[in-house]
Design a protein around this ligand. Structure first.
Ligand SMILES: [Zn+2]
Ligand SMILES: [Zn+2]
Length: 136
């Protein structure tokens, strides 16, 4: 499935191909901090299909608990998180995780699984039962 994305300020735009069956919610603590929320919603881009159309990304390299290093890409202007990818030259790490939020097709990419539920916030599973307001 082809997707296209745009950051909040519009400086960054891009396209890629994804497998919607692999959309996932991650509850790891890094994702909680980086997303400024309780979890992050990601879908892997097929190898080599990510294409930056406009702008220039800011990259932060994060070293994980495992020692694995990941390149995290952001808009340098508005801070929208775009992807996490292997650092260049990494042989065994190929996972290219696109953040679903900035994608125009976000409503077609419901998550199919959860990961890192060990650190999931306890209230996440009760969200559907909370009072709702259609618009703020
Ligand atoms: Zn931006
Ligand atoms: Zn995570």
């Amino acid at each position: 499935m082809k997707v296209d994305g745009r950051c909040l300020c519009g400086f960054i735009s891009y396209m890629a191909e994804v497998d919607p069956e692999q959309a996932q919610v991650c509850h790891c603590t890094d994702c909680q901090v980086l997303s400024s929320s309780a979890f992050r919603h990601t879908v892997p881009a097929r190898h080599g299909t990510f294409k930056l159309l406009t702008g220039e990304l800011k990259i932060y390299v994060k070293t994980a608990e495992s020692g694995n290093r990941r390149a995290l890409a952001f808009c340098p202007s508005c801070g929208t998180s775009i992807y996490s990818a292997p650092v260049e030259g990494s042989a065994r790490d190929t996972y290219f995780g696109l953040r679903v939020g900035p994608l125009a097709q976000r409503d077609q990419l419901p998550p199919k699984s959860h990961c890192w539920t060990r650190s999931r916030q306890h209230w996440v599973t009760d969200l559907a039962t909370l009072p709702e307001v259609e618009k703020e």
